[in-house]
Ligand binder design. Structure first.
Ligand code: GDP
Length: 640
């Protein structure tokens, strides 16, 4: 490996620094402080690729590029780019995204051509079965469904409000009167559906319930604040869900806004904007002034085009609840998003555990509609109870069948609640799933006290190698284990390891409910060892004996109907029915087994305390004698 200065390499190849950076980042390395470490082979590949770009006079830009990006790509001062813009009759701020044709024209005026960074297109092998099915269902293009994620106060709500205020088609009775959880906007004659509960909590809660309705995530990052903890969380959530991210760098109207710094920080999170050779669309904008919002919408549509979103309006109806509530006048009301097929007024539906006949349907603006097709949000009434967000809807042709199914589901749910069952995510359980071939991936979330230990733990976990099983760190961050970590874990079947840090009380409760395992460690090698053991399938349950008590056999007798009974006196602790036991005679163990029944006088007992007499019968053993000593203990799993 050798350290290569970007500037030096660029001048050696008579190239622009941006061309070198583009090629290097495309190969998966990121320059730091103007230099990058590469081996000799990579270096020759880099040189060749840069030479090609130089010969073709190409510079890389990603859709949404600003005059500043162009200046950066061409290694020119801002003023020169502004001059060229003015000559073409345009006035644009440094941070305004330019239309692609205009960007090409400006770059052309300096003798270069634009190599547009390609947007992420999911590879077939990246898609999971569910999504493949979803795409296979489709024959007709459909509009994208978008969720807005990002750190608190970075402007998510402001952006959503701006879009709603300005882009929702004006209706006769004027705009939207109430939030129903989703709305549609129209731009250039095409539609986008926005889910209007911003934040990854809602996004992940839905996913935890098996509902993935978001096609594209807009990550809002404030230009005056940059990448913050929830920004990183949101990125992890979107990546785990395999949802492409479009970055909105917000608040560019503020004097302290620094778009470039945000872009650089995002590079560290593997979100690399086009001019750095990456494939992530980044749009500078302001939710206050509206600058850049049109570009954002255009680029969302462009991303959607790449994804070839499809559905079949005449196919089987599939829909998911986005929001639901009890309305005083109308009873249970649910906003649903149709994924496939067309839902109609009058349809008999089962929604989670509630059911009914759709009495009325409304669109996001509160207008009556008769049906709703794919990606279209609609409010429905007529259900017998309020469903939950994330519940799935299915249509029944036979109403009687629907009733039976609903009754059955409710009975099952009651049983489940009583038993406290659920899907448990623990190391031991993951091991079982690995063994049974249910999963080939051990997913882990890492939380630790300081950045150094986060990186150390993450690095060591990722270094664990196994031919069949992949160990994947979904998210790692400094701090205590919080609600969001638990949600992410539960949604993606991951476990959480906490190194030198605690779990917040609320998160602990939630982990209990969702049955997510959180393991705390103070010693790094113990943590790694546990994970290694889980991977190689060696994490056997470890049991520890816990002493319960002792009893002495005072008489051995036989009762008709009952059989052989040891008449005993409990001398220490307690004897418990079903407990394991060892019987000693003159110090030597003569029997090991289990206590089958326990009586005091004639009464069946669960346990008998020291100082009392009792009758004991052993499981499959009658060889006891007077003066034998019985020791009772239980075995407790210590590594569960
Ligand atoms: P959220 O928590 O991400 O939904 O953030 P909000 O939309 O509630 O915005 C937080 C604060 O930032 C509010 O005071 C907004 O007025 C302000 N804000 C949001 N977007 C912008 C913007 O583009 N420019 C400016 N100057 N302020 C903004």
């Amino acid at each position: 490996m050798a350290k290569v200065e970007i500037e030096t390499l660029a001048s050696e190849l008579e190239a622009l620094p941006s061309q070198v950076i583009h090629v290097i980042t495309e190969l998966g390395a990121y320059p730091e402080n103007g230099a990058v470490e590469v081996d000799a082979d990579t270096l020759s590949v880099v040189k060749e690729a840069v030479a090609e770009m130089v010969a073709a006079k190409e510079v890389a830009l990603s859709p949404g590029a600003t005059p500043r990006d162009i200046a950066h790509a061409l290694n020119l001062g801002h003023v020169e780019v502004q001059k060229s813009l003015m000559q073409s009759g345009t006035l644009a701020a440094l941070t305004t995204s330019l239309a692609p044709e205009l960007a090409e024209q400006i770059v052309g005026s300096f003798g270069y051509r634009v190599r547009w960074a390609v947007l992420r297109k999911p590879k077939p092998e990246e898609e999971d079965a569910q999504k493949r099915r979803k795409r296979a269902l489709g024959t007709r293009p459909r509009q994208p469904v978008v969720t807005i994620l990002g750190h608190v106060d970075h402007g998510k709500t402001t952006l959503l409000d701006y879009i709603r205020r300005t882009k929702v088609a004006e209706r006769e009775f004027g705009g939207i009167t109430q939030h129903i959880g989703a709305y549609e906007v129209e731009t250039d004659g095409r539609k986008i559906t926005f889910l209007d509960t911003p934040g990854h909590e809602a996004f992940t809660a839905m996913r935890a319930r098996g509902a993935q309705i978001t096609d594209i995530a807009v990550l809002v990052v404030a230009a005056d604040d940059g990448v913050m903890p929830q920004t990183i969380e949101a990125i992890s959530h979107a990546k785990t869900a395999d949802v492409p991210i479009v970055v909105a760098i917000s608040k560019i109207d503020l004097p302290e806004a620094n778009v470039d710094r945000v872009k650089q920080r995002l590079t560290e999170q593997d979100l690399v904007s086009g001019e750095f050779g990456g494939q992530t669309v980044m749009v500078p904008l302001s939710g206050k002034t509206g600058e850049g919002v049109d570009t954002l919408l255009e680029l969302i549509l462009l991303q959607a085009d790449m994804m070839e979103l499809k559905a079949d309006p005449s196919g089987e109806v599939e829909a998911v609840v986005v929001e639901a509530r009890l309305d005083k006048g109308r009873g249970p009301v649910a906003t649903i998003l149709v994924e496939n097929g067309t839902l109609k007024q009058g349809d008999a539906v089962l929604v989670g555990h509630s059911w009914g006949k759709i009495k009325a349907m409304f669109d996001y603006a509160g207008e009556r509609i008769k049906d709703a097709g794919p990606a279209i949000p609609a409010e429905i009434t007529g259900l017998d109870q309020v469903p939950e967000a994330g519940d799935r809807l299915s249509v029944f042709l036979d109403e009687k069948q629907l009733r039976e199914r609903a009754a059955h589901l409710r009975a099952e749910e009651r049983e489940r609640l009583l038993e406290g069952r659920g899907t448990r995510v623990s190391l031991a359980d993951l091991q079982r799933r690995l063994e049974e071939g249910e999963t080939k991936e051990l997913r882990i979330i890492v939380k630790a006290d300081v950045r150094g230990s986060v990186e150390a733990v993450r690095g060591l976990i990722e270094a664990i190698e196994n031919a069949e099983i992949q160990v994947k760190v979904l998210h790692s961050a400094v701090g205590t284990v919080n609600d969001n970590d638990v949600l992410l874990a539960s949604a993606s079947g991951a476990m959480i390891v906490a190194f030198n840090t605690k779990t917040e009380t609320q998160a602990k409760e939630q982990a209990g409910q969702q049955r997510v395992e959180i393991r705390h460690y103070k010693v790094i090698y113990e943590l790694i060892e546990d994970i290694e053991q889980a991977v190689i399938g060696m994490l056997e349950p470890k049991y520890e004996e816990r002493y319960l008590g002792r009893a002495e056999v005072r008489a051995a007798f036989k009762l008709t109907k009952v059989g052989h009974v040891a008449g005993c006196y409990v001398s220490d602790g307690k004897i418990v029915r079903g407990a394991k036991c060892r019987v000693r005679r003159d110090g030597e163990i003569v029997h090991e087994g289990q206590i089958a029944s326990l009586k005091h006088i004639k009464e069946d007992m669960k346990e008998v305390q020291a100082g009392y007499e009792c009758g004991i019968q052993f499981e499959n053993w009658t060889g006891f004698k007077e003066s034998d000593e019985i020791e009772a203990f239980e075995s407790v799993q210590v590594n569960a």
